[in-house]
Write a protein that binds this ligand. Sequence first.
Ligand code: NAD
Ligand code: UDP
Ligand code: UDP
Length: 331
Amino acid sequence: SGGLVRFNAGGDNGRVGRIPVGIGGRRLRVVVTGGAGFVGSHLVDKLIGRGNDVIVIDNFFTGRKENLVHLFGNPRFELIRHDVVEPILLEVDQIYHLACPASPTNVMGTLNMLGLAKRIGARFLLTSTSEVYGDPLEHPQKETYWGNVNPIGERSCYDEGKRTAETLTMDYHRGAGVEVRIARIFNTYGPRMCLDDGRVVSNFVAQAIRKQPLTVYGDGKQTRSFQFVSDLVNGLASLMDGEHVGPFNLGNPGEFTMLELAQVVKETIDSSATIEYKPNTADDPHMRKPDISKAKELLNWEPKIPLREGLPLMVSDFRNRILNEDEGKGM
Ligand code: NAD
Ligand code: UDP
Ligand code: UDP
């Protein structure tokens, strides 16, 4: 890929930053796999907003056209319905690889996107996950920690799939000289999040809006650290455009028990909401909190939006979608 130009990064508090340009100084051409999903669609907004040409590859497995509909008709935006398990031929400068169902196709999709990057000399970014640390024995988690994953557990397909994807990414880097970047993303929330994929933030917010009890699994003392999606998207772009391979933890170090999260949701949406305890799933990590010193130092990145500021920013989106669903059911 080509050199760097100055630009005004509107999404990053108006700070002046740098974006790469494509070969011959033309506009940078970027692929986002999984761009119709929650994180992907916000990333696409940022890239289009700063003047890149963006091609989304998505098979709408969990993603939705509604997340991108505001870009239809924009000549710098293209949407391809395609399963990344099948090979594809394109000419681009950068590949953000987000497409990932929680299944082995994860590995096939990553292999194809690495093969594409190798053939065309594009830079490849893998969105890996904090799940590579498993049920961690080190706290908070640094990138140097190798993790504690049960290879035969119920959630292993996702964890091990991402671990394999990281391995493939580093093999293509070392063996074929592909320029790669690896992000380990910690729990992220925000508008456009799937309503019903069972994540704790989307569950609690939807339950509070629907006047249902908040379902706390286990004793509710397990912890997670929740990052607002705009912070993540800024981190992904800084990683892609910077000079460091990673892996980098991208997450908000603010750590909450599930009971504390339920309390924040109550304060934000409905103080009369009640809690219902349910059995926890097997192999549920007891605690999770990123050590982000490496990203702070080398990417000059850190999250800006604490949970109490971020949660209200997703509530109106959730209210609208829940209302539309109810109307769809004739309620
Ligand atoms: P999402 O489900 O909203 O987005 C994934 C997108 O990929 C969807 O639009 C889906 O339709 C698409 N997709 C799935 N399989 C595909 C295939 N075979 N071919 C083409 N498209 C396909 O999920 P998200 O939360 O936006 O996650 C994006 C990435 O970030 C994923 O790789 C995920 O593992 C990673 N991640 C997310 C979080 C989080 O908290 N949201 C945490 C850690 C890692
Ligand atoms: N691939 C792709 N688009 C390309 C180049 C490769 O989808 O432009 C796929 C290819 O079909 C293969 C994978 O990426 O399944 C890995 O490609 P690579 O060239 O690294 O491996 P090889 O084909 O030599 O085994
Ligand atoms: N959880 C919960 N209630 C829910 C959904 C999840 O208490 O309705 C818990 C879950 O047991 C886990 C934590 O919230 O301990 C985070 O779960 P999520 O699936 O959101 O993320 P992950 O486990 O992948 O970090």
